[in-house]
Design a binder for this molecule. Structure first.
Ligand SMILES: [Zn+2]
Length: 549
Protein backbone atom coordinates (compact mmCIF):
# COMPACT_ATOMS: atom_id res chain seq x y z
CA UNK A 1 0.00 0.00 0.00
CA UNK A 2 1.34 3.42 -0.95
CA UNK A 3 2.07 5.61 2.04
CA UNK A 4 1.52 9.34 2.25
CA UNK A 5 4.43 11.65 3.22
CA UNK A 6 2.81 12.14 6.65
CA UNK A 7 2.46 8.38 7.08
CA UNK A 8 6.14 7.89 6.19
CA UNK A 9 7.15 10.62 8.62
CA UNK A 10 5.17 9.21 11.56
CA UNK A 11 6.46 5.74 10.78
CA UNK A 12 10.06 6.96 10.76
CA UNK A 13 9.63 8.83 14.07
CA UNK A 14 8.03 5.77 15.67
CA UNK A 15 4.76 7.58 16.38
CA UNK A 16 2.80 4.90 14.54
CA UNK A 17 3.50 1.27 13.70
CA UNK A 18 3.23 -0.15 10.19
CA UNK A 19 0.14 -2.04 11.35
CA UNK A 20 -1.53 1.12 12.66
CA UNK A 21 -0.75 2.95 9.43
CA UNK A 22 -2.26 0.09 7.46
CA UNK A 23 -5.48 0.29 9.51
CA UNK A 24 -5.59 4.08 9.02
CA UNK A 25 -5.15 3.76 5.25
CA UNK A 26 -7.93 1.17 5.12
CA UNK A 27 -10.10 3.53 7.15
CA UNK A 28 -9.22 6.34 4.74
CA UNK A 29 -10.52 4.23 1.85
CA UNK A 30 -13.78 3.59 3.68
CA UNK A 31 -14.12 7.20 4.77
CA UNK A 32 -11.95 9.59 2.75
CA UNK A 33 -10.22 12.30 4.74
CA UNK A 34 -6.91 13.79 5.80
CA UNK A 35 -4.67 10.94 7.02
CA UNK A 36 -3.57 12.92 10.08
CA UNK A 37 -7.16 13.35 11.23
CA UNK A 38 -7.88 9.65 10.71
CA UNK A 39 -4.83 8.66 12.76
CA UNK A 40 -5.93 11.02 15.53
CA UNK A 41 -9.51 9.74 15.27
CA UNK A 42 -8.24 6.20 15.80
CA UNK A 43 -6.22 7.42 18.82
CA UNK A 44 -2.99 6.08 17.29
CA UNK A 45 -1.35 9.49 17.62
CA UNK A 46 -2.39 12.75 19.22
CA UNK A 47 -2.77 15.90 17.15
CA UNK A 48 0.15 17.49 18.99
CA UNK A 49 2.38 14.46 18.30
CA UNK A 50 1.78 14.99 14.58
CA UNK A 51 2.53 18.69 14.92
CA UNK A 52 5.74 17.89 16.81
CA UNK A 53 6.86 15.43 14.15
CA UNK A 54 6.17 17.95 11.36
CA UNK A 55 7.99 20.70 13.30
CA UNK A 56 11.04 18.48 13.82
CA UNK A 57 11.06 17.39 10.18
CA UNK A 58 11.05 20.99 8.95
CA UNK A 59 13.29 22.26 11.78
CA UNK A 60 10.60 24.76 12.78
CA UNK A 61 9.39 25.72 16.27
CA UNK A 62 6.31 24.02 17.69
CA UNK A 63 3.71 26.32 19.26
CA UNK A 64 1.23 25.17 21.89
CA UNK A 65 -1.87 27.23 21.08
CA UNK A 66 -3.41 26.35 24.44
CA UNK A 67 -0.69 28.56 25.90
CA UNK A 68 0.48 31.03 23.22
CA UNK A 69 -1.75 34.02 22.42
CA UNK A 70 -1.47 35.89 19.09
CA UNK A 71 -0.56 39.58 19.13
CA UNK A 72 -3.31 41.94 18.08
CA UNK A 73 -1.06 43.61 15.49
CA UNK A 74 -0.23 40.21 14.00
CA UNK A 75 -3.93 39.42 13.57
CA UNK A 76 -4.49 42.84 12.01
CA UNK A 77 -1.71 42.17 9.48
CA UNK A 78 -3.59 39.27 7.87
CA UNK A 79 -7.28 39.32 6.85
CA UNK A 80 -9.46 36.69 8.52
CA UNK A 81 -10.65 35.06 5.28
CA UNK A 82 -7.05 34.49 4.14
CA UNK A 83 -6.24 32.98 7.53
CA UNK A 84 -9.29 30.69 7.35
CA UNK A 85 -8.77 29.65 3.71
CA UNK A 86 -5.16 28.70 4.33
CA UNK A 87 -5.53 27.42 7.88
CA UNK A 88 -2.87 29.79 9.20
CA UNK A 89 -2.85 31.86 12.39
CA UNK A 90 -0.66 34.99 12.52
CA UNK A 91 1.12 34.88 15.88
CA UNK A 92 3.54 37.76 16.26
CA UNK A 93 5.50 40.43 14.42
CA UNK A 94 9.09 40.89 15.45
CA UNK A 95 11.66 42.97 13.54
CA UNK A 96 9.59 42.96 10.37
CA UNK A 97 9.00 39.20 10.42
CA UNK A 98 5.48 37.84 10.78
CA UNK A 99 5.38 34.43 12.45
CA UNK A 100 2.50 32.39 11.10
CA UNK A 101 1.29 29.13 12.66
CA UNK A 102 0.48 26.39 10.17
CA UNK A 103 0.14 22.60 10.23
CA UNK A 104 1.63 22.25 6.75
CA UNK A 105 4.75 24.35 6.08
CA UNK A 106 5.29 22.50 2.80
CA UNK A 107 2.13 23.97 1.24
CA UNK A 108 3.23 25.35 -2.12
CA UNK A 109 3.60 29.12 -2.48
CA UNK A 110 2.12 29.75 0.97
CA UNK A 111 5.07 31.79 2.24
CA UNK A 112 5.41 33.93 -0.89
CA UNK A 113 1.65 34.51 -1.07
CA UNK A 114 1.55 35.67 2.56
CA UNK A 115 4.65 37.82 2.10
CA UNK A 116 3.17 39.61 -0.90
CA UNK A 117 -0.09 40.11 0.95
CA UNK A 118 1.30 41.50 4.23
CA UNK A 119 4.49 43.11 3.00
CA UNK A 120 6.36 41.33 5.80
CA UNK A 121 8.89 38.52 5.83
CA UNK A 122 7.19 35.28 6.87
CA UNK A 123 8.45 32.65 9.26
CA UNK A 124 6.51 29.50 10.10
CA UNK A 125 5.75 27.81 13.38
CA UNK A 126 3.85 24.54 13.69
CA UNK A 127 0.77 23.52 15.62
CA UNK A 128 -2.06 21.07 15.10
CA UNK A 129 -4.68 21.62 12.42
CA UNK A 130 -7.84 21.55 14.53
CA UNK A 131 -6.41 23.84 17.19
CA UNK A 132 -5.26 26.34 14.55
CA UNK A 133 -8.75 26.41 12.99
CA UNK A 134 -10.35 26.91 16.40
CA UNK A 135 -7.86 29.64 17.33
CA UNK A 136 -8.47 31.53 14.06
CA UNK A 137 -12.20 31.62 14.83
CA UNK A 138 -11.64 32.57 18.45
CA UNK A 139 -9.09 35.35 18.08
CA UNK A 140 -10.51 37.05 14.97
CA UNK A 141 -13.98 36.96 16.50
CA UNK A 142 -12.56 38.51 19.65
CA UNK A 143 -10.69 41.12 17.57
CA UNK A 144 -13.93 42.17 15.84
CA UNK A 145 -16.30 41.97 18.82
CA UNK A 146 -14.57 41.76 22.20
CA UNK A 147 -16.99 39.75 24.34
CA UNK A 148 -16.13 41.57 27.55
CA UNK A 149 -17.09 44.93 25.99
CA UNK A 150 -20.47 43.53 25.03
CA UNK A 151 -21.01 42.15 28.54
CA UNK A 152 -20.00 45.54 30.01
CA UNK A 153 -22.52 47.30 27.74
CA UNK A 154 -25.35 45.00 28.86
CA UNK A 155 -24.42 45.43 32.54
CA UNK A 156 -24.46 49.21 32.01
CA UNK A 157 -27.90 49.11 30.46
CA UNK A 158 -29.25 46.90 33.25
CA UNK A 159 -27.77 49.27 35.84
CA UNK A 160 -29.66 52.11 34.14
CA UNK A 161 -32.94 50.26 34.66
CA UNK A 162 -33.25 49.30 31.01
CA UNK A 163 -34.44 45.86 29.94
CA UNK A 164 -31.69 43.74 28.49
CA UNK A 165 -31.63 40.57 26.41
CA UNK A 166 -31.06 37.96 29.14
CA UNK A 167 -30.51 35.15 26.63
CA UNK A 168 -27.72 37.11 24.96
CA UNK A 169 -26.25 38.04 28.35
CA UNK A 170 -26.05 34.40 29.48
CA UNK A 171 -24.61 33.29 26.12
CA UNK A 172 -21.90 35.94 26.40
CA UNK A 173 -21.03 34.89 29.96
CA UNK A 174 -20.55 31.29 28.79
CA UNK A 175 -18.71 32.25 25.57
CA UNK A 176 -16.33 34.42 27.54
CA UNK A 177 -15.70 31.57 29.98
CA UNK A 178 -14.89 29.22 27.09
CA UNK A 179 -12.60 31.85 25.57
CA UNK A 180 -10.67 32.13 28.84
CA UNK A 181 -10.55 28.32 29.29
CA UNK A 182 -12.65 28.45 32.46
CA UNK A 183 -13.95 25.14 33.81
CA UNK A 184 -16.69 26.64 35.99
CA UNK A 185 -18.81 29.78 36.17
CA UNK A 186 -20.09 30.84 39.59
CA UNK A 187 -22.97 33.31 39.80
CA UNK A 188 -23.25 34.53 43.39
CA UNK A 189 -26.03 36.81 44.59
CA UNK A 190 -25.13 39.42 47.22
CA UNK A 191 -27.20 42.18 48.83
CA UNK A 192 -26.57 44.87 46.20
CA UNK A 193 -25.34 43.02 43.14
CA UNK A 194 -24.49 39.59 41.80
CA UNK A 195 -20.96 38.49 41.05
CA UNK A 196 -19.62 36.30 38.27
CA UNK A 197 -16.50 34.25 39.01
CA UNK A 198 -14.68 31.95 36.61
CA UNK A 199 -12.47 29.07 37.69
CA UNK A 200 -9.44 29.18 35.41
CA UNK A 201 -6.54 26.75 35.85
CA UNK A 202 -8.02 25.65 39.16
CA UNK A 203 -8.27 29.14 40.69
CA UNK A 204 -11.37 31.36 41.03
CA UNK A 205 -11.22 34.87 39.54
CA UNK A 206 -13.81 37.63 39.81
CA UNK A 207 -14.89 38.70 36.32
CA UNK A 208 -18.10 40.74 36.41
CA UNK A 209 -20.78 42.18 38.66
CA UNK A 210 -24.34 42.83 37.55
CA UNK A 211 -27.41 44.43 39.17
CA UNK A 212 -29.42 42.24 41.54
CA UNK A 213 -32.62 43.06 39.67
CA UNK A 214 -31.66 40.79 36.77
CA UNK A 215 -30.28 37.96 38.94
CA UNK A 216 -33.56 36.04 39.00
CA UNK A 217 -33.95 36.42 35.21
CA UNK A 218 -30.50 34.95 34.61
CA UNK A 219 -31.26 31.99 36.90
CA UNK A 220 -34.65 31.48 35.25
CA UNK A 221 -33.06 31.43 31.81
CA UNK A 222 -30.69 28.67 32.93
CA UNK A 223 -33.58 26.76 34.53
CA UNK A 224 -35.53 26.88 31.27
CA UNK A 225 -32.52 25.61 29.31
CA UNK A 226 -31.94 22.85 31.87
CA UNK A 227 -35.64 21.92 32.09
CA UNK A 228 -35.75 22.70 35.80
CA UNK A 229 -38.73 23.94 37.77
CA UNK A 230 -38.73 27.76 37.47
CA UNK A 231 -41.32 28.21 40.18
CA UNK A 232 -39.23 26.57 42.90
CA UNK A 233 -36.56 28.81 44.35
CA UNK A 234 -36.08 27.38 47.83
CA UNK A 235 -34.75 23.95 46.96
CA UNK A 236 -31.44 22.89 45.38
CA UNK A 237 -31.78 21.81 41.74
CA UNK A 238 -29.36 20.07 39.35
CA UNK A 239 -29.54 19.83 35.59
CA UNK A 240 -27.74 20.63 32.40
CA UNK A 241 -27.95 21.78 28.81
CA UNK A 242 -25.96 21.68 25.58
CA UNK A 243 -24.00 24.70 24.37
CA UNK A 244 -22.20 25.31 21.08
CA UNK A 245 -19.48 27.85 20.52
CA UNK A 246 -16.92 28.17 17.71
CA UNK A 247 -17.79 24.78 16.20
CA UNK A 248 -17.28 23.01 19.51
CA UNK A 249 -20.02 21.31 21.53
CA UNK A 250 -20.13 21.58 25.31
CA UNK A 251 -22.22 20.03 28.06
CA UNK A 252 -23.05 22.58 30.72
CA UNK A 253 -23.84 20.99 34.09
CA UNK A 254 -25.83 23.21 36.40
CA UNK A 255 -26.14 23.19 40.19
CA UNK A 256 -28.37 25.71 41.95
CA UNK A 257 -28.68 26.16 45.72
CA UNK A 258 -30.79 28.69 47.63
CA UNK A 259 -28.86 31.23 49.76
CA UNK A 260 -29.98 34.19 51.88
CA UNK A 261 -29.59 36.59 48.91
CA UNK A 262 -31.17 34.35 46.29
CA UNK A 263 -30.14 31.33 44.29
CA UNK A 264 -26.43 30.62 43.88
CA UNK A 265 -25.55 28.94 40.61
CA UNK A 266 -22.50 26.99 39.42
CA UNK A 267 -22.14 26.04 35.75
CA UNK A 268 -19.53 23.42 34.90
CA UNK A 269 -18.30 23.56 31.30
CA UNK A 270 -17.43 20.17 29.79
CA UNK A 271 -16.28 19.83 26.18
CA UNK A 272 -18.13 16.94 24.51
CA UNK A 273 -14.91 15.56 23.10
CA UNK A 274 -11.74 16.09 25.06
CA UNK A 275 -8.49 15.85 23.11
CA UNK A 276 -5.85 13.51 24.49
CA UNK A 277 -2.32 14.78 24.84
CA UNK A 278 1.14 13.32 25.03
CA UNK A 279 2.34 12.54 28.54
CA UNK A 280 5.29 14.88 27.96
CA UNK A 281 2.94 17.72 27.13
CA UNK A 282 1.04 17.11 30.36
CA UNK A 283 4.34 17.77 32.13
CA UNK A 284 5.90 14.35 32.69
CA UNK A 285 9.65 13.89 32.40
CA UNK A 286 11.12 11.48 29.85
CA UNK A 287 12.33 9.17 32.66
CA UNK A 288 8.79 8.93 34.08
CA UNK A 289 7.29 8.22 30.65
CA UNK A 290 9.87 5.46 30.14
CA UNK A 291 8.88 3.78 33.43
CA UNK A 292 5.19 3.96 32.52
CA UNK A 293 5.87 2.44 29.11
CA UNK A 294 7.88 -0.36 30.69
CA UNK A 295 4.97 -1.14 33.02
CA UNK A 296 2.47 -1.01 30.15
CA UNK A 297 4.35 -3.75 28.34
CA UNK A 298 3.71 -6.14 31.26
CA UNK A 299 1.03 -8.79 30.79
CA UNK A 300 -0.50 -8.28 34.21
CA UNK A 301 -0.33 -6.02 37.22
CA UNK A 302 -1.68 -2.72 38.53
CA UNK A 303 -0.69 0.81 37.50
CA UNK A 304 -2.18 3.47 39.77
CA UNK A 305 -2.32 7.23 39.37
CA UNK A 306 -3.08 8.99 42.64
CA UNK A 307 -3.71 12.51 43.89
CA UNK A 308 -6.55 14.63 45.28
CA UNK A 309 -9.59 15.28 43.09
CA UNK A 310 -8.88 17.76 40.30
CA UNK A 311 -5.20 16.81 40.13
CA UNK A 312 -5.43 15.51 36.56
CA UNK A 313 -4.95 11.83 37.47
CA UNK A 314 -7.71 10.56 35.16
CA UNK A 315 -6.33 12.51 32.19
CA UNK A 316 -2.93 10.98 32.85
CA UNK A 317 -4.42 7.51 32.98
CA UNK A 318 -6.00 7.91 29.53
CA UNK A 319 -2.86 9.40 28.04
CA UNK A 320 -0.96 6.42 29.45
CA UNK A 321 -3.48 3.92 28.12
CA UNK A 322 -3.21 5.46 24.67
CA UNK A 323 0.44 4.40 24.51
CA UNK A 324 -0.45 0.71 24.46
CA UNK A 325 -0.82 -1.09 21.18
CA UNK A 326 -4.60 -1.19 21.09
CA UNK A 327 -4.57 -3.29 17.91
CA UNK A 328 -2.83 -6.18 19.63
CA UNK A 329 -4.33 -6.01 23.09
CA UNK A 330 -8.01 -5.95 23.95
CA UNK A 331 -8.63 -2.84 26.04
CA UNK A 332 -11.83 -2.32 28.01
CA UNK A 333 -12.74 0.48 30.37
CA UNK A 334 -15.21 0.76 33.23
CA UNK A 335 -16.01 4.31 34.18
CA UNK A 336 -18.42 6.43 36.17
CA UNK A 337 -18.95 8.41 33.94
CA UNK A 338 -16.97 7.92 30.67
CA UNK A 339 -14.64 10.92 30.52
CA UNK A 340 -12.79 10.44 27.24
CA UNK A 341 -13.94 8.59 24.14
CA UNK A 342 -11.26 6.21 22.90
CA UNK A 343 -11.33 4.61 19.49
CA UNK A 344 -11.19 0.78 19.27
CA UNK A 345 -11.69 0.49 23.02
CA UNK A 346 -14.82 -0.98 24.61
CA UNK A 347 -15.96 1.55 27.16
CA UNK A 348 -18.65 0.79 29.70
CA UNK A 349 -20.42 2.99 32.18
CA UNK A 350 -21.06 1.83 35.71
CA UNK A 351 -23.38 3.59 38.07
CA UNK A 352 -22.14 3.09 41.61
CA UNK A 353 -24.98 5.09 43.15
CA UNK A 354 -27.54 2.96 41.28
CA UNK A 355 -25.89 -0.28 42.42
CA UNK A 356 -24.04 -1.28 39.23
CA UNK A 357 -20.56 -1.26 40.71
CA UNK A 358 -16.99 -1.35 39.42
CA UNK A 359 -16.50 -4.69 41.15
CA UNK A 360 -19.57 -6.21 39.52
CA UNK A 361 -18.66 -4.98 36.04
CA UNK A 362 -15.13 -6.37 36.47
CA UNK A 363 -16.54 -9.85 36.94
CA UNK A 364 -18.24 -9.56 33.55
CA UNK A 365 -15.30 -7.93 31.81
CA UNK A 366 -12.69 -10.55 32.61
CA UNK A 367 -14.88 -12.90 30.56
CA UNK A 368 -14.72 -10.45 27.62
CA UNK A 369 -11.20 -11.70 26.87
CA UNK A 370 -9.76 -8.42 28.11
CA UNK A 371 -6.00 -7.84 28.26
CA UNK A 372 -6.03 -4.35 29.72
CA UNK A 373 -8.77 -2.95 31.94
CA UNK A 374 -9.09 0.69 32.94
CA UNK A 375 -11.14 1.13 36.11
CA UNK A 376 -12.26 4.73 36.73
CA UNK A 377 -11.44 4.80 40.43
CA UNK A 378 -10.73 2.50 43.36
CA UNK A 379 -13.10 3.94 45.95
CA UNK A 380 -13.86 1.04 48.25
CA UNK A 381 -12.84 -2.38 49.48
CA UNK A 382 -15.03 -4.25 47.01
CA UNK A 383 -13.38 -2.55 44.02
CA UNK A 384 -9.89 -2.87 45.49
CA UNK A 385 -10.30 -6.62 45.98
CA UNK A 386 -11.78 -7.07 42.50
CA UNK A 387 -8.87 -5.12 41.00
CA UNK A 388 -6.30 -7.25 42.85
CA UNK A 389 -8.03 -10.48 41.81
CA UNK A 390 -8.19 -9.41 38.15
CA UNK A 391 -4.50 -8.50 38.19
CA UNK A 392 -3.63 -11.85 39.79
CA UNK A 393 -5.59 -13.65 37.08
CA UNK A 394 -3.43 -12.13 34.35
CA UNK A 395 -4.89 -8.71 33.48
CA UNK A 396 -3.17 -5.37 33.31
CA UNK A 397 -5.23 -2.93 35.37
CA UNK A 398 -5.00 0.87 35.22
CA UNK A 399 -6.83 2.87 37.83
CA UNK A 400 -6.87 6.01 39.95
CA UNK A 401 -7.13 6.52 43.69
CA UNK A 402 -7.39 9.44 46.06
CA UNK A 403 -4.16 9.46 48.08
CA UNK A 404 -1.43 11.91 48.99
CA UNK A 405 1.59 9.94 47.84
CA UNK A 406 2.62 6.46 46.75
CA UNK A 407 2.96 5.24 50.31
CA UNK A 408 -0.50 6.61 51.14
CA UNK A 409 -1.92 4.66 48.20
CA UNK A 410 -0.28 1.44 49.35
CA UNK A 411 -1.53 2.00 52.92
CA UNK A 412 -5.04 2.66 51.63
CA UNK A 413 -5.04 -0.53 49.55
CA UNK A 414 -3.97 -2.46 52.66
CA UNK A 415 -6.75 -0.81 54.65
CA UNK A 416 -9.11 -2.09 51.95
CA UNK A 417 -7.94 -5.58 52.86
CA UNK A 418 -5.41 -6.22 50.11
CA UNK A 419 -2.71 -8.38 51.69
CA UNK A 420 0.84 -7.17 51.21
CA UNK A 421 1.80 -10.37 49.36
CA UNK A 422 -0.99 -9.60 46.85
CA UNK A 423 0.34 -6.08 46.38
CA UNK A 424 3.85 -7.41 46.00
CA UNK A 425 2.62 -9.76 43.28
CA UNK A 426 0.57 -7.19 41.36
CA UNK A 427 1.54 -3.56 41.92
CA UNK A 428 3.73 -2.23 39.08
CA UNK A 429 3.87 1.51 39.66
CA UNK A 430 2.22 4.32 41.60
CA UNK A 431 2.21 7.79 40.10
CA UNK A 432 1.37 10.66 42.44
CA UNK A 433 0.63 13.97 40.75
CA UNK A 434 -0.57 17.52 41.28
CA UNK A 435 -1.15 20.37 38.83
CA UNK A 436 0.71 23.68 39.06
CA UNK A 437 -0.10 26.72 36.96
CA UNK A 438 2.25 27.54 34.13
CA UNK A 439 3.75 31.04 34.15
CA UNK A 440 2.59 33.26 31.28
CA UNK A 441 5.51 33.39 28.83
CA UNK A 442 4.54 36.88 27.78
CA UNK A 443 5.01 38.56 31.15
CA UNK A 444 6.98 36.35 33.57
CA UNK A 445 9.89 38.14 35.26
CA UNK A 446 13.25 36.72 36.38
CA UNK A 447 14.12 37.04 40.06
CA UNK A 448 17.06 35.90 42.15
CA UNK A 449 16.35 33.32 44.82
CA UNK A 450 18.74 32.23 47.57
CA UNK A 451 19.68 28.64 46.80
CA UNK A 452 18.93 27.70 50.41
CA UNK A 453 15.24 28.41 49.83
CA UNK A 454 15.03 25.58 47.31
CA UNK A 455 16.07 22.96 49.85
CA UNK A 456 13.94 24.64 52.52
CA UNK A 457 10.87 23.73 50.46
CA UNK A 458 12.25 20.30 49.55
CA UNK A 459 12.61 21.42 45.96
CA UNK A 460 16.02 19.80 45.56
CA UNK A 461 19.43 21.41 45.34
CA UNK A 462 20.26 22.92 41.98
CA UNK A 463 23.63 22.22 40.38
CA UNK A 464 26.20 24.99 40.55
CA UNK A 465 28.17 26.95 43.09
CA UNK A 466 26.42 30.33 43.12
CA UNK A 467 24.58 31.45 46.24
CA UNK A 468 21.50 32.35 44.25
CA UNK A 469 19.52 30.85 41.38
CA UNK A 470 17.37 32.59 38.79
CA UNK A 471 13.70 31.69 38.81
CA UNK A 472 10.63 33.47 37.43
CA UNK A 473 7.66 35.11 39.09
CA UNK A 474 4.16 35.97 37.90
CA UNK A 475 3.45 39.51 36.69
CA UNK A 476 0.22 39.67 34.67
CA UNK A 477 -0.58 41.02 31.20
CA UNK A 478 -3.43 41.04 28.69
CA UNK A 479 -2.48 37.53 27.47
CA UNK A 480 -3.09 35.96 30.87
CA UNK A 481 -5.85 38.31 32.04
CA UNK A 482 -3.49 39.80 34.62
CA UNK A 483 -3.15 36.50 36.48
CA UNK A 484 0.47 35.89 35.43
CA UNK A 485 -0.37 32.28 34.56
CA UNK A 486 -1.70 30.45 31.54
CA UNK A 487 -2.45 26.71 31.55
CA UNK A 488 -1.28 24.05 33.97
CA UNK A 489 1.37 21.38 34.03
CA UNK A 490 1.66 18.19 36.08
CA UNK A 491 4.31 17.73 38.75
CA UNK A 492 4.72 14.14 39.81
CA UNK A 493 6.63 11.37 41.48
CA UNK A 494 6.57 7.88 40.05
CA UNK A 495 7.39 4.93 42.25
CA UNK A 496 8.18 1.81 40.30
CA UNK A 497 7.59 -1.32 42.36
CA UNK A 498 10.81 -3.22 41.80
CA UNK A 499 12.44 -6.14 43.58
CA UNK A 500 13.56 -4.02 46.55
CA UNK A 501 10.06 -2.77 47.31
CA UNK A 502 8.56 -6.21 46.68
CA UNK A 503 10.83 -7.60 49.37
CA UNK A 504 9.64 -4.89 51.75
CA UNK A 505 6.02 -5.62 50.88
CA UNK A 506 6.53 -9.35 51.40
CA UNK A 507 7.72 -8.55 54.92
CA UNK A 508 4.65 -6.44 55.70
CA UNK A 509 3.96 -2.73 55.45
CA UNK A 510 6.42 -0.48 53.68
CA UNK A 511 8.43 1.01 56.52
CA UNK A 512 10.37 3.55 54.46
CA UNK A 513 9.06 6.88 53.33
CA UNK A 514 8.16 7.31 49.66
CA UNK A 515 10.91 9.93 49.41
CA UNK A 516 13.53 7.44 50.58
CA UNK A 517 12.25 4.75 48.18
CA UNK A 518 12.34 7.20 45.27
CA UNK A 519 15.88 8.29 46.13
CA UNK A 520 17.00 4.65 46.08
CA UNK A 521 15.60 4.40 42.54
CA UNK A 522 17.30 7.63 41.54
CA UNK A 523 13.87 9.13 40.87
CA UNK A 524 12.68 12.62 41.81
CA UNK A 525 10.13 13.31 44.54
CA UNK A 526 7.16 15.42 43.54
CA UNK A 527 8.71 18.46 45.22
CA UNK A 528 12.02 17.92 43.43
CA UNK A 529 10.08 17.65 40.17
CA UNK A 530 8.34 20.94 41.04
CA UNK A 531 11.77 22.43 41.86
CA UNK A 532 13.06 21.40 38.42
CA UNK A 533 10.07 23.11 36.79
CA UNK A 534 10.74 26.19 38.92
CA UNK A 535 14.34 26.35 37.66
CA UNK A 536 13.17 25.86 34.08
CA UNK A 537 10.97 28.94 34.45
CA UNK A 538 7.78 26.92 33.93
CA UNK A 539 6.19 27.78 37.26
CA UNK A 540 6.82 30.07 40.25
CA UNK A 541 7.77 29.48 43.87
CA UNK A 542 4.56 31.21 44.93
CA UNK A 543 2.50 28.73 42.87
CA UNK A 544 4.37 25.70 44.25
CA UNK A 545 3.74 26.97 47.78
CA UNK A 546 0.04 27.46 46.99
CA UNK A 547 -0.36 23.93 45.64
CA UNK A 548 1.61 22.22 48.41
CA UNK A 549 0.23 24.38 51.23
ZN1 LIG B 1 0.88 37.39 31.02
Amino acid sequence: MKNSPLGELLLSTGHVTAEQLEVALHTQKARPGYLGEILVGLDFVTADEIAHAVATQHKLPYVDLCIAVPQKKALEALPKDIALDNGVLPLRIKRGVLTVVTHDPAAAELASMLRDLCGLEISFAISDKALIAQSIELYYFELENPIENRIATLVDEAANERDIDIEAFLDLLIQNAVKDRATDIHIRPQALSSHVFYRVDGVLHHYFSFPSRIHRNVISRVKVLSEMDITRQRIPQDGGFAFNYLRTAYDIRVAIVPTSFGENMVLRILPKTEALHRLERLGFEAAQVAVLERCLRKQSGIILTVGPSGSGKTTTLYSTLRRTNILQRNVVTVEDPIEYQLSLVQQTNVNESAGYTFAESLQHLVRQDADIILIGEVRNQETALAVARSALSGHLILSTMTANDAQGAVARLMDFGIKSYMLSATLLAVLYQRLVRRLCDNCKRPVSLPRAQLSEYGLGAAEGAAETVTVYEAVGCEHCRRSGYRGRVAVAELLEIGEDIRELLDKGRIALETGELLRRQGAATIREDAGAKLLQGITSLEEIRRVFA
